[in-house]
Design a protein around this ligand. Structure first.
Ligand code: SF4
Length: 470
């Protein structure tokens, strides 16, 4: 029977079907960070349990870790407490940790692929919603809550509902100035933020086939913002080339054997899907969110929607426009920004920084804008330094920071203040997401964030790339 990658991987990891109808699924790799794990480790202690497979568990600090200094103890008491707790837990339970002093430290969804921990055909769990990122390498990866973190620590397995599979084909060439971020924002807008509930999203088509792993990670990362807990791309030569030589990937003859196995896991050409969607890449433009969920977006030249029209979502539109202080029917271009943030597990990789630097080179950040670049990992930071990108950002007036989640969720001191409006390369624009209850977020590609930082307002990056102001 022809099968999708999702079913091949799911069935090979299914331990049994539970009375509830759920599947007990073996987890191949468990990624842990400082914020969703302390209670889970405490529960283990209360029961006198051990970590079932410490060698399949890997920890880092990212969510609350300061990005302006590594000096301990951290001034932020909560950051210090959570970091110390993770260090103690990893020591006690025998788990590898990329702590604040480690050269491998970084955002959990950046370092997993970077170190070669993430591999095709794996099941991967992590206490963060954007675990779907790892699907870019052909893994089935899902975010879990704290009680499930406990379950995976104790039993290396999870009780999960089976999912349907929606194939999303993106075909054609993206125009210059249009990026993976614009593709996924367009998909979420079209299918809705709840459209993927109960589904795993399989991304394919000529556009996805031509993408790098970094770009595929941006796409898979935001699957959860469209309601799909899992998003993946079938492994191919791009995947294998990315993994070759990475520290935790198989080496030598074992790598060649692994490639044969990984290749066999790709969805069969005639695999059945529960739903299919086709997207025309040539029709996608630089896209910006205007509202309070990632589905509320417009193409850069499109007017903002009108909440007073007869649309079924008019109340949601009105609420979002009011919160954002934007006007129905107005253009998104020209919206003044206070902060520009380039980073996160969606767009904090070297290729993201390279695209943003291309826009920034030889220009200056607008005087009223606070602009920061936060590499997704220390390795990303080092590579960006080697390529001279950090200098480009610094001389333009950006702050160049250490690795971490930073302003993606504003748990450390990198936060919006009051009603500040932030052009952000992250993945969520919910009310209060960036640390201020009244702060406002516009999601866009890193190149668009760079353009907004320079112009001091939302602009079309294509015009800036072409040499004009906007
Ligand atoms: S960058 Fe944001 S979405 Fe990604 S792991 Fe950190 S907090 Fe979660």
């Amino acid at each position: 029977m022809p099968e999708t990658l999702f079913h091949k991987v799911w069935n090979r990891h299914a331990v049994r079907t539970l009375a509830s109808g759920q599947t007990q699924l073996l987890v191949g790799l468990h990624l842990v960070h400082e914020v969703t794990s302390p209670q889970a480790f405490d529960m283990l202690r209360q029961h006198g349990w051990h970590v079932a497979f410490p060698e399949r568990t890997f920890a880092t600090v990212d969510h609350i870790t300061p990005t302006d200094t590594r000096r301990r103890p951290f001034l932020d008491l909560m950051a210090e407490e959570m970091t110390t707790a993770l260090e103690r837990n990893c020591r006690e339970f025998g788990i590898r940790l990329c702590g604040p002093g480690s050269d491998d430290q970084g955002i959990v969804h950046v370092i997993g692929p970077e170190l070669g921990l993430t591999q095709p055909g794996m099941t991967i769990a992590c206490g963060d919603s954007h675990t779907s990122t790892h699907g870019a390498l052909g893994a089935i990866a899902f975010g879990i809550g704290t009680s499930q973190v406990r379950d995976v620590l104790a039993a290396q397995s999870l009780a999960l509902e089976p999912m349907k599979v929606r194939r999303i084909d993106v075909n054609g060439r993206l125009a210059p100035g249009v990026y993976a971020k614009d593709v996924i924002l367009t998909i979420i807008r079209r299918l809705g933020v709840q459209g993927g509930v109960g589904y795993a999203y399989e991304y394919g088509g000529t556009t996805i086939d031509a993408m790098t792993i970094d770009e595929r990670m941006t796409i898979c990362n935001m699957s959860i913002e469209g309601g799909a807990r899992v998003g993946y791309v079938n492994p191919d030569d791009t995947t294998f080339a990315y993994l070759r030589g990475r520290r935790f990937a198989p080496a030598g003859a074992a790598f060649d054997r692994a490639v044969a196995w990984w290749r066999s896991l790709a969805s069969d050409p005639d695999a059945p899907y529960d739903d299919r969607v086709v997207v025309d890449a040539a029709a996608i433009e630089p896209t910006v969110t205007w509202g309070i969920n990632p589905g509320q977006s417009v193409a850069i030249d499109e007017p903002l929607p009108d909440g007073s029209s007869g649309r079924p979502d008019r109340e949601a539109i009105a609420e979002a426009l009011t919160f954002m202080g934007l006007e129905a029917g107005a253009p998104i271009t020209g919206t003044r920004v206070d902060v520009a943030f380039i980073g996160s597990c969606t767009n904090g990789r070297v290729s993201d920084l390279e695209e943003a630097a291309r826009v920034v080179r030889g220009r200056k950040v607008a005087p009223h804008v606070k602009a920061i670049v936060v590499p997704g990992s220390r390795e990303v930071g080092r590579e960006a330094e080697r390529r001279g990108l950090a200098d480009v950002f610094r001389s333009a007036g950006f702050e160049w920071r250490g690795a971490g989640c930073s302003m993606c969720l504003g748990m450390n001191t990198d936060r919006l203040e009051g009603r500040q409006l932030c052009a952000s390369s992250s993945n969520r624009n919910f009310k209060g997401r960036q640390g201020s209850p009244t702060g406002r977020t516009l999601l866009m590609s890193p190149a668009m964030v760079a353009a907004a930082a320079v112009a001091g307002e939302v602009v079309d990056v294509r015009r800036m790339l072409a040499g004009g102001r906007a």
